[in-house]
Ligand binder design. Structure first.
Ligand SMILES: Nc1ncnc2c1ncn2[C@@H]1O[C@H](COP(=O)(O)OP(=O)(O)OP(=O)(O)O)[C@@H](O)[C@H]1O
Length: 314
C-alpha cells in the first residue's frame, strides 16, 4: 500500500502509510492499542476503503481471485459454536476452493500437527477459548494461502500455545507463504520476523529490524573511578561527555555518552590514558524501552509497555 490515509470523522486513524510486503518475508506489525494496525490490515485486504492512497494485492487492486490466495485472521474472533473443529476447518477451506475430500484431509492433518487431533469431533462450544482460537487460525491457513495476514494471533494463547503458533508460522513460511502479523508481543516478532513495522498514532515510526532501531540510538558506558577524580574533566578533551551518577563504596560511577561511531572500549581507553583510577567498567546496552521512547515518545512507549504487560511478557 502506498501513502494510505484513513479518517474516521475528524480523527486520522492511519496517516500516509506506505507498506511493502515482499514475497517470502515474515513481517511483524507492532504498535500500542489504537495505533491503526487493524485499520491498515483491513485496507490492505480491500475490506475498508482508504480516503487516499492506493492498495495492491499481488500487483493489482484486491479482487475475488487475489483474495482466494490470502488467509486472514481478523481481530474479532468468531466461529460457529455448534460445528466440530474438523468441520469448521474444512468448511473454511472449501469456501476458498478446496474439494470436500482435500478439505477434510487438510483439517485432519492440521489438527494432528497442532495436537488437537483428539478434539477433531468436538464442537467449538466444548473447546477452551485458546483451543477455539487455534481452530480459527487453522481455518485461516487451511487452503494453503500464499499470503497470511494475522491480526493479533498470539493474544489469548498461553505460552505453550504461543510457542506452537510460532512453529506453525515458521512451517507456513517454509511452505512458501508470505506472512504479516500484528502483535503486542515484541519477543515473537523478534524471533520470527525479517522486518518489523511499528506504528504509533496512525504513523509508521519504524520499518526495519530491531537491531537497526537499537543501532540508531546513542549508546553509553559506565565507568567507576576512585573518589575525587573528575572523569568529566579528564574525558572532555577526548570528545566524551561524562555525568556522575552514583557513589559506590570505594568510588563514583559516571555515565559516558558515546558519540556516533565510538564504542564503550574507546571511552575506557581514553579514561586509562587520562590516568583515571578505574575501579569498574560496563558497556551499556540500550534497552527496548529506550528504543520505544526514541521511536514513539514517552507516552506511547508507556502504552506499548502496558500492552506488553497485559500479554504477560514485560
Ligand atoms: N470504524 C471505526 N470508526 C471510528 N473509529 C475507528 C473505527 N475503526 C477504528 N477506529 C479508531 O481508529 C484507531 C485505530 O484503530 P485500530 O483498530 O486500527 O488500531 P490497532 O492498532 O489495531 O489497535 P488495537 O490493537 O487496539 O486494535 C482507534 O483509535 C480506533 O478507535
Amino acid at each position: 500500500m502506498t501513502a494510505v490515509t484513513k479518517r474516521f470523522g475528524q480523527f486520522t486513524a492511519v496517516d500516509n502509510l506506505s507498506l511493502d510486503v515482499p514475497e517470502g518475508q515474515i513481517i511483524g506489525f507492532l504498535g500500542p492499542n489504537g495505533a491503526g494496525k487493524s485499520t491498515s490490515l483491513r485496507m490492505g485486504l480491500g475490506i475498508m476503503e482508504p480516503d487516499s492512497g492506493s492498495v495492491e494485492l499481488f500487483g493489482r487492486a484486491p479482487n475475488v481471485q487475489s483474495l482466494r490466495r490470502v488467509g486472514f485472521l481478523p481481530e474479532e474472533r468468531g466461529l460457529y459454536k455448534k460445528m466440530t473443529a474438523r468441520d469448521t476447518i474444512s468448511h473454511f477451506a472449501r469456501l476458498k476452493g478446496l474439494s470436500a475430500s482435500d478439505a477434510r484431509a487438510r483439517a485432519d492433518e492440521l489438527l494432528e500437527a497442532t495436537e488437537l487431533g483428539e478434539f477433531s469431533r468436538s464442537r467449538i462450544s466444548k473447546l477452551s477459548k485458546g483451543m477455539a482460537q487455534k481452530v480459527q487460525i487453522l481455518s485461516t491457513l487451511a487452503h494453503r494461502p500464499d499470503f497470511l495476514i494475522l491480526d493479533e494471533p498470539f493474544s489469548g494463547l498461553d505460552p505453550v500455545n504461543q510457542q506452537a503458533l510460532e512453529n506453525l508460522i515458521r512451517a507456513e513460511h517454509d511452505r512458501g507463504a508470505t506472512i504479516l502479523f500484528s502483535t503486542h508481543v515484541m519477543e515473537h516478532a523478534e524471533r520470527l520476523c525479517d522486518r518489523i513495522v511499528m506504528m504509533a498514532r496512525g504513523r509508521k515510526v519504524l520499518d526495519g529490524t530491531l537491531k537497526e532501531a537499537f543501532a540508531s540510538l546513542g549508546q553509553g558506558a559506565r565507568i567507576s573511578v576512585e573518589h575525587g577524580f573528575d572523569l568529566a574533566a579528564a574525558l572532555s578533551p577526548k570528545g566524551f561527555e561524562a555525568i556522575r551518577t552514583a557513589d559506590v563504596g570505594h568510588g563514583e560511577t559516571w555515565r559516558i555518552e558515546l558519540p556516533p561511531g565510538r564504542e564503550a572500549q574507546d571511552a575506557l581507553r581514553a579514561a586509562l590514558e587520562a590516568g583515571a583510577p578505574i575501579t569498574g567498567f560496563a558497556p551499556e546496552e540500550a534497552r527496548l524501552r529506550d528504543v520505544f521512547v526514541s521511536l514513539v515518545g514517552e507516552a506511547d512507549a508507556a502504552a506499548l509497555e502496558a500492552s506488553l504487560a497485559e500479554d504477560g511478557v514485560a
